[in-house]
Write a protein of this length. Sequence first.
Lengths: 316, 284
Amino acid sequence: MRTAELINYHEETNDAASAPERAATPANDQRKVIAEQTVGQTSPGHAVWRNLADSVGRNIGSAVLALISIALFIGAWYLAVKYRVDFYVRFTNIPAPLDVFKEMVDLSKNDSFYQNMLISLRRILLGFGIAVVFGVALGLVIGRYRLARQLMSPILEILRPIPAIAWVPIAIMLWPTNEGSIVFITFLGSFFPILLSTVHGVTSVDPVLIRAARSLGAKEPALLRQVILPAALPQIFNGLSVGMGVAWVSLIAAEMISGQYGIGYFTWEAYSLIQYSDIVIGMIVIGFLGLACSTAIRWIGRLSMPWANQNGGSKA
Amino acid sequence: MMADKGNVEIRNLDVRFGSGANVVDAVNEVSIDVKPGEFVSILGPSGCGKSTLLNVVAGFVKRTGGSVLVDGVDVRGPGAERGMVFQQYSLFPWMTVRKNVEFGLKMQGRQRSERETAARTLLGLAGLLAFENHYPDQLSGGMKQRVGIVRALATSPQVLLMDEPFGALDAQTRVVMQQILTNMWQRFRLSVLFITHDIDESIFLSDKVYVMTARPGRIKAEIEVPLPRPRVAEMTTSNEFLQLKRQLHELIRGESFKAMGGDLKEGMGGFGMEVGPQGVAELI
């Protein structure tokens, strides 16, 4: 505690001179204008409707574009398979979109298919969840206390460049069960992005906020939980997004190499059993599950940071 | 509020930064008194160490020598009995206006309902109740600073420390804020130690103005402001006000040059401007 305070003290005196004057950004100005408008005068009803119509129009527009983008991809895929394109890459063994669709209908009646999905999701939730807890906690400590930083940074810097997949052999030896090693790989994949963004978030907290909190009587625990953590939250959520992506990469690789069950295992098994349509279905499922997880992170981020998107609205 | 509390006694304060050849004398032998309920300004050019001085009283910066007593208690770190208002916007962006004001009370372990009532009362007095559920980013600069003042007042501090709180505002807003602040002071009768480089601001708000020199920061003069209370905008054109202004101007002008003496000699030498020789010498 004592050293921590000394460190804080030192950092704050250093930062005192350099604390940047936070000029009003255009975005802030806009928000200000909106705030003054909404408070100053009752906003005319038709403006609300126009905004709504605008946003519906925009949404329909982007939905159409999204459909076009997907249709073009499937169309190209269909043509490549139909004409058995063999030009550097070979489409001779690639299943056609319609075959994949038919197989998907069959598989959707199959319980073990859902089982595989659920098992992968559970591994993600466990591995990623543990990474969030450890990554954020350790990130707060490393970002806040110089001693912790000096003590832990060297080893973390060495471990960081090792891809999670390179841990597979060691993980298999370390953990008594397959399940344990796969969750461990998933954890490792997401841990470092989360840790790094938390550290970055903590070190870039505006020092004046910390001073303000301390002058209002906040002691270290309250400071960490109620000032530094929320101040670093936008950065932390950046890390969570990246971490979620890497978690899926690591999970699928681990499942393919050492797994039993799971959507990565399903995909690799399909290849071994020459069920080519299932390979594509596995990939599509991975894509959708990954997308669902990233979307969930974004939603949680929005819910836990209501201040960050108050009048942000939809940006062009 | 508390007429007997809020006595600030600064005696022979020294603050030095760095070591060896790089030592900077930021504050040198400064003695300042704020009596209970008194509004005291420290006026000086930028870089004269006046913010450092305030940060020592706030408990953010350690002193090298001398003593700082608030109601007889030695300052050993930040505390809620010394409310602080910063030049930069310092509201917590993730809290609504009311939660910002409640923060200090929460740190004191007050009940939720009690916090809410106190915060709403103060926000009402400051004319900010309509904005209690707004986030800081939705407010204008002047409103943010008003919330900042309200937040510092919420814990009923013995003294309010204000570090150029209106420095980032435009000129018109600043004048309005000065009026609001003097009205609030009139109501609370709280001891205030106010840092500024604006002569008009220091006269308009204060009972007493300390003029600080640059490098090292020393007290050059202590000027009483005998203008009647409550203060109103019309006073700024009175003879008394203008005379004080002239006096402070004389005192501060030399210091401003001294504070930026190096640049002045290089850049403006050809314009026949007088530059205090000792100012340049001290810098080199």
